[in-house]
Design a binder for this molecule. Structure first.
Ligand SMILES: Cc1cc2nc3c(=O)[nH]c(=O)nc-3n(C[C@H](O)[C@H](O)[C@H](O)COP(=O)(O)OP(=O)(O)OC[C@H]3O[C@@H](n4cnc5c(N)ncnc54)[C@H](O)[C@@H]3O)c2cc1C
Length: 394
């Protein structure tokens, strides 16, 4: 009989209830991560794959400190796990949001002994109240803020010391010059909370390294725990004082929670053409228009600059994402899911709930019925008046 920690979008040793419990309850532990590319009909962006690889190497080195080997196996998740697991194994894992992830959890729960935990979000379903989850962000936010429940992050199991991240040569033209892995995520968290966070509210729509936290990529693959981010943020507020900007970082983390908790209720409905709204919606699919959008050849320099940035670096700022998504949906009138799928392939911070939730929101088929529209010319005047960003990327 053995114990297996099944890693997915929780690629860390810190605040990892599944790993901690396995260490407390079992003598012999294996850890497994399944690289499942079979269901995808697209090739992942190089930056996304590189970030994952760096993350896995960092995780393996942390686990090896307490004698656990991380087995990385490729193939379809359920088939692969079935041949990896032994009938009397106990599987330790964290519950995830994505519908494919939930389906494989159910299979594993039915067939093996399991211990499952929930740490993917800052707040939990039960913090919202017993009635139906409020599908409007403001109502959700008020509910969790009134409750004010925060969960303390757990330290890594005894015997693991986080490897210190060596400093990364910063290229000022690249907004995301960081490596994958828990060590790099923690280093970035400290760097951001030391100073830049105090002006976050004013800078967050910018396009440079310190204009926003850049924590999303580590949060997305779970190499950083949202509870750890919040605990460190609260510590900084206690020591140096809270301001509107420090609150705003929490406010944005609530959007992440909101999309996750909504998707846990709505499941695969979000992937329909009409998203979370009722009925059918018809969208165009003009391959040439989509190709021009992807290749940064729409002829609208601000849009093209962002599309070139994501293609080369796997990163795009929130403002950029809103502008290019709005352009694809409202100007080119294309199916919003084509854009969401391209982001799924490219983004180093791809996260199913945040990605499809935001795309659906801009298409007017998400949680809100209002349809936000971003005029690239107006946006450029406001956020890149000297065209520094546009010139760099076109
Ligand atoms: C079309 C579109 C697609 C998106 N796809 C993704 C995605 O796949 N993965 C992803 O993590 N975010 C996605 N976002 C949300 C947002 O753009 C990124 O979270 C943010 O740009 C990441 O940069 P940051 O870490 O510096 O964010 P900060 O501004 O520093 O915010 C702090 C954290 O709050 C969370 N957050 C902030 N804004 C949002 C938001 N609108 N929705 C959900 N969470 C948010 C993120 O975890 C982020 O790291 C998308 C937004 C749009 C408009």
């Amino acid at each position: 009989m053995g114990a297996v920690v099944w890693y997915r979008h929780d690629l860390r040793v810190d605040d990892h209830e599944a790993l901690r419990s396995a260490c407390e309850e079992q003598d012999v532990i294996r850890a497994v991560y399944v690289k499942d590319q079979k269901k995808r009909d697209f090739k992942r962006g190089t930056q996304q794959a590189k970030f994952e690889q760096e993350t896995l190497e960092n995780l393996a080195s942390h686990l090896s400190q307490i004698g656990i080997t991380l087995d990385i196996v490729e193939g379809e998740t359920i088939e692969t796990l079935d041949s990896y697991l032994q009938a009397d194994d106990t599987v330790y894992f964290h519950k995830m949001t994505g519908t494919e992830e939930v389906a494989s959890e159910q299979y594993i729960e039915d067939k093996y002994a399991v211990r499952s935990f929930e740490t993917q979000t800052l707040h939990r379903r039960e913090d919202i109240g017993s009635d139906e989850l409020k599908r409007v962000f403001t109502a959700f936010r008020k509910r969790v803020e009134a409750k004010g429940t925060f969960y303390d992050p757990l330290d890594p199991p005894t015997g693991i010391q986080l490897v210190k991240e060596e400093s990364v040569e910063a290229n000022p033209e690249i907004a995301f010059p960081f490596r994958g892995g828990e060590s790099a995520g923690r280093a970035r968290l400290q760097e951001y909370l030391a100073e830049p966070v105090f002006t976050y509210k004013e800078t967050r729509n910018g396009f440079l390294r310190n204009d926003s936290s850049k924590l999303s990529a580590w949060l997305a693959n779970g190499s950083l725990s949202p509870r750890r981010v919040m605990a460190e943020l609260q510590e900084v507020e206690r020591k140096k004082g809270a301001n509107e900007s420090t609150y705003w970082l929490y406010f944005e983390l609530l959007w992440r929670d909101f999309f996750h908790l909504t998707m846990r209720e709505t499941g695969s409905r979000l992937f329909r053409s009409s998203g979370l709204q009722e009925g059918q919606r018809t969208w165009k699919t003009d391959q040439l228009a989509v190709e021009r959008w992807i290749e940064g050849k729409t002829g609208v320099p601000f849009v093209d600059a962002f599309m070139n940035e994501i293609r080369e670096t796997g990163w795009m700022s929130n403002r950029g994402r809103q502008i290019v998504a709005s352009y694809l949906i409202h100007e080119l009138k294309q199916d919003w899911r084509i854009g969401a799928r391209y982001f799924e392939q490219q983004l180093i911070d791809y996260d199913v709930a945040s990605n499809y939730g935001n795309w659906a929101f801009i298409a007017g088929v998400g949680n809100a019925t209002r349809t936000p529209r971003f005029d690239p010319a107006f946006q450029q005047q406001r956020y890149d008046p000297k065209q520094q960003f546009t010139k760099r990327w076109t």
